[in-house]
Design a protein around this ligand. Structure first.
Ligand code: ADP
Length: 601
């Protein structure tokens, strides 16, 4: 028997209320196996119920089978689960049946203040008589506990509570058969209770997992939404930046074409032009990357010879290498490689890699560009003797806005989107791109692998026609709500010898067109009052309207935008800031197509 130091002992000793030996002395009644089997079946059925239900069924059955006046289950609540008999532990009645059922039983009793604690100390079945004589708190509990049979309730090896039946008067005396029954019920119920606890824990885990999945899905959707908004924002930003760039570009052109300009102003113009070109590259990169992210880039694929876009890229980058006194070595395969690809996009890929090689290699360094065939793939390698890339950065540099060292002076000349574009464009062609470097200071190599190789195509009859470049004077109406844009472009065209007029909204544009009957209308699409599309439609409705060349000038340059303007009856579509040479060429071509070659004479 454990010594219960802090028990509020009554008038007698603990031993005097423990009468377990009586169980052996009393004659055993004969077992009622039928009733017992029924009881166990009922408990077994209840296995799918909650743990608390199982306990209630247990005490109902214990009450009936042991013919007690009350029955119950008390479970231990531990204040310190590591300590078996901590002072703060309490018992709580989890189920009760019989005469004590109406008592306020969902309260707790300190572990060492009642017979349940004694049962746990002994870890054995006990018969307790007139408990109130030792356990003083039972003095007020009515009807009295005259005799109580208490069995430890085990979960695994651990006794965690007791199952008990109580007689409130002497008409009922428990015997060895009641002990056997109650112990058997307690063992069975403990298993059921444990299974229930596990099931509830599983259910809880499942619930928590489901909640976590929902939460993750919500977070992913929010991220996707934020990403989408970022792409939209980048597209809008790039578009809005193009508007002010347009008049700046025009104004610089005007200054450069002004005769008798002094040398200081000329060199200032060159600075503006160079820096403007740099901003235009940034804006275009931003726009491109947002288009790639939104999946709006379409490849214009056809059978091409790979050397052709590679040459274009090299030519475009050559001045950069010269500027830094770097030596570029280009090696092409002896046999041409034909493939299905978008030449402009491949030139962009090679151009980006060459530009990076130039940027990240010191003056006087070396760059090698090789193109070769490896089995079914074309392989483009751009290698440099530059600053190299640390191994832990190699896998990240293709991510958007990643720059290995932002503190470097040279990294300010980019946004960290070039390689993202390269990767996306290469993957759109079904290829791969990989970065290699032996480490910092040991150069870098970018390897692009492209599939879709083709057999040598049959020669096509040449359809080349000489480009009309004449600068025949035309009457031109420039329409843009951005007044600086309209005026600078008009001035520039005047310097080319054209007669120019301006209008600043859609309605004014239609009126001016009716009055002037211009040969060419350069029309912004996002106009107040009437959109550029509507202006085009109204002009095309006029009897003279089909003889006018309509060119859309806009910040929007995606394939759908080109398609929409063609649908609306435009003869051409140029993206701001407008390249003067491209505009002159487009106007000349469109005038020929609309009015015939005589229009240029
Ligand atoms: P940007 O050139 O605008 O910084 P990129 O996406 O083209 O953006 O490149 C991302 C980063 O990858 C660069 O900032 C640089 O740190 C690294 N990088 C790219 N090319 C090279 C190279 N040839 N040598 C060393 N580092 C490079």
């Amino acid at each position: 028997m454990g010594v219960l130091n802090d028990v509020p002992a009554g008038s007698v000793s603990l031993d005097s209320v423990l009468c377990t030996e009586e169980l052996k002395r009393r004659p055993k009644r004969s077992p009622d196996y039928q009733a017992e089997n029924q009881a166990l079946r009922a408990l077994a059925k209840g296995l799918t119920n909650s743990p608390e239900h199982v306990l209630q069924e247990l005490v109902d059955l214990a009450l009936t089978l042991c013919r007690g006046h009350s029955a119950g289950v008390s479970l231990l609540e531990q204040s310190d689960p590591g300590n078996v008999t901590a002072a703060g532990d309490h018992f709580r009645w989890h189920a009760v049946a019989g005469r004590w059922a109406p008592l306020v039983w969902n309260t707790t009793t300190p572990r060492n203040h009642g017979p349940c604690g004694t049962v746990l100390d002994c870890n054995a079945t006990l018969l307790i008589c007139n408990a109130h004589r030792y356990f003083t708190q039972f003095e007020d509990v009515l009807p009295r506990l005259v005799e109580g049979l208490l069995v430890p309730f085990h979960i695994g090896e651990r006794a965690v509570g007791t199952v008990w039946v109580v007689a409130h008067d002497t008409t009922r005396q428990f015997d060895g058969e009641d002990q056997r029954l109650l112990e058997s019920l307690a063992t069975f119920a403990a298993t059921a209770y444990q299974a229930g606890l596990l099931a509830s824990a599983r259910e809880k885990t499942n619930r928590e997992l489901k909640a976590e999945i929902v939460e993750r899905q919500r977070a992913e959707a929010a991220l996707r939404e934020a990403d989408h908004r970022k792409d939209e924002f980048l597209a809008m930003l790039a578009h809005e930046l193009r508007n002010p760039l347009n008049p700046i570009g025009n104004a610089v052109q005007v200054l450069r074409l002004t005769k008798g300009m002094d040398e200081t102003v000329r060199s200032a113009c060159e600075v503006i032009e160079r820096q403007l070109g740099q901003i235009v590259v940034f804006v275009d990169d931003l726009f491109e990357v947002s288009r790639v992210s939104r999946g709006t880039v379409r490849l214009r694929e056809g059978t091409i010879e790979l050397a052709s876009p590679v040459h274009h890229a090299v030519e475009a980058a050559r001045s950069l290498f010269e500027g830094r006194q770097q030596e570029l070595t280009v090696e092409l395969p002896p046999q041409p490689i034909f493939m299905n690809a978008d030449p402009a996009r491949l030139a962009q890929v090679v151009g980006n890699l060459l530009t990076n090689a130039c940027k990240f290699t010191d003056k006087g360094g070396r760059i090698w560009l090789t193109v070769e065939r490896e089995g079914e793939q074309a392989v483009i390698r751009v290698r440099d003797s530059g600053i190299g890339i640390a191994a832990d950065h190699l896998s990240h540099i293709f991510e958007m806005f990643v720059q290995v060292d932002r503190s470097m002076e040279r990294s300010t000349s980019g946004l960290g989107v070039g390689l993202t574009l390269v990767k996306s464009l290469v993957e759109m062609h079904g290829g791969t791109v990989e970065a290699r470097s032996a480490g910092i200071g040991r150069g870098s190599e970018f390897v692009v692998r492209l599939p879709n190789l083709r057999e040598t195509p049959k020669p096509q009859p040449s359809s080349a026609v000489s480009e009309p470049t004449s600068k025949t004077p035309h009457r031109i109406l420039v329409v843009d709500d951005h007044q600086d844009s309209a005026q600078t472009l008009a001035t520039l065209l005047q310097m080319d010898g054209h007669e120019t007029h301006t209008a600043y909204d859609g309605f004014e544009a239609v009126q001016a067109a009716k009055a002037l009957r211009p040969d060419v209308i350069l029309l912004d699409l996002g106009l107040p009052r009437l959109s550029g599309y509507e202006v085009a439609r109204r002009i095309r409705e006029q009897p003279w309207g089909n003889g006018t060349v309509l060119v859309a000038l806009t910040g929007w340059g995606e394939d759908e935008d080109h398609y929409r303007s063609t649908e609306a009856g435009f003869n051409g579509h140029l993206v701001k800031p407008v390249n003067h040479t491209a505009l002159t060429r487009l106007m000349a071509n469109a005038v020929v197509a609309t009015c015939g070659p005589a229009a240029l004479s």
